[in-house]
Design a protein. Structure first.
Length: 355
């Protein structure tokens, strides 16, 4: 959507009567709860039918449901949604199931900078961005023949870690690889995983200062991934693989975690570098983003992925995390997003944080 079109929409909006909307999935309970705490009306876009479980969570339930048959149908009802002064909060499922290309054309004011998708959804560009920012990523192995240490093989378009596999040798790779699918091979980084949840505001200077605006660290999690995280209950991976049982990386939940305090300077330096480079490349990664990292035994971070929006790993922190409690009590990422929109609306800065 062009900037001119967006500005036209925002000009027509009643800024004192905004509605925060998202698709009923992923982190929607948190988003609605945070928006409610900041005094917004909330709207839940529900696919197929209204989901009954929201009735069990009155403080996470949207004020209104908007039912559509499927994700693509959201594109048809944008005018109706604009009449409600709707600002959309994208989350992982929203973008994934609507499709990045369609999401880029959605004619609704959307929190964050949608241009980030062009960098995030292309593995090559993502690597260019993160390495140009000075981050260390797992080594990429271009030719399977060069596998000389444990690697993780990621099929393109594989959803949620499903059918990624680990191979320790070229032979094992050859036995496991599915023909006719494109893939990338990465060094398997041994260490502990931390999924770091940042929030970048280009319009407020009240946190870790950057060349423009400031950065916060709101929380971090570790994903619970089946079956890799529990496979040892049955025996060693090698033993199981002989039986044809291969561990997978499907996310089933998220576990709260904190990191050694002495690593926080590195955590901020990485966040800072990613934001500064994004400002240079495409106008900035705005709002929440997550760096998915492994910390090695030498206490070095290797970053294997970036998510440029609210991640489900923030869900354990609806009433605040050990980090956000040091900023403001009772502040989730969902609430922080609502605060940013509220601040921008009040100061006539919405076009700085919406695309
Ligand atoms: P992704 O879809 O890239 O987030 O990867 C899914 C899961 O695979 C992650 O949550 C990690 O547990 C694991 N993983 C991905 N890349 C690596 C890597 N290079 N080294 C070790 N584990 C990885």
């Amino acid at each position: 959507m062009t900037k001119i079109k967006l500005n036209g929409m925002l000009t027509a909006y009643d800024k004192k009567n905004l509605t925060i909307a998202t698709v009923c999935s992923h982190s929607s309970l948190q988003i609605f709860n945070g928006a409610r705490k900041e005094g917004f009306k909330t709207l839940g876009i529900s696919i197929g039918k209204k989901k009954k479980f929201y009735d069990a969570f009155p403080l996470g339930k949207p004020d209104e449901f908007f039912i559509v048959d499927n994700y693509k149908d959201i594109l048809k009802y944008t005018e109706e949604l604009r009449e409600k002064n709707t600002i959309v909060i994208p989350h992982g499922s929203f973008v994934e199931y609507l499709g990045a290309d369609k999401f880029l054309t959605l004619e609704l004011p959307t929190f964050g900078n949608r241009d980030v998708l062009l960098w995030e959804s292309d593995r090559g560009k993502e690597r260019k961005w993160l390495e140009a920012a000075g981050l260390t990523m797992p080594q990429e192995i271009k030719k399977p023949k060069d596998i000389n240490k444990p690697v993780i093989v990621k099929y393109h378009g594989a959803k949620g870690g499903k059918d990624f596999f680990i191979a320790k040798t070229y032979d094992e790779f050859q036995r496991r690889i599915k023909k006719n699918r494109s893939f990338a091979i990465q060094e398997f980084v041994l260490g502990t995983r931390y999924y770091l949840h940042y929030f970048y505001s280009p319009i407020q200077d009240n946190a870790y200062k950057l060349s423009k605006g400031s950065l916060q660290l709101l929380s971090m999690d570790r994903r619970d991934e089946t079956t890799i995280d529990e496979v040892q209950r049955l025996g060693s991976i090698a033993e199981l693989e002989e039986l044809g049982i291969h561990p997978t990386f499907v996310v089933t939940g998220n576990i709260p975690i904190v990191i050694r305090e002495s690593l926080l300077p590195k955590v901020f330096k990485m966040g800072e570098a990613v934001v500064e480079k994004s400002l240079e490349l495409f106008g900035g990664i705005i709002g929440s983003f997550c760096l998915e990292t492994v910390v090695t035994e030498d206490l070095e971070f290797k970053v294997f992925e970036i998510s440029a929006r609210i991640v489900a790993g923030t869900n354990p922190y609806i009433s605040g995390s050990p980090y956000s409690e040091l900023i403001q009590s009772d502040m989730s990422t969902g609430r922080r997003i609502a605060q940013e929109i509220k601040y921008a609306a009040k100061n006539n800065l919405l076009n700085e944080i919406i695309s």
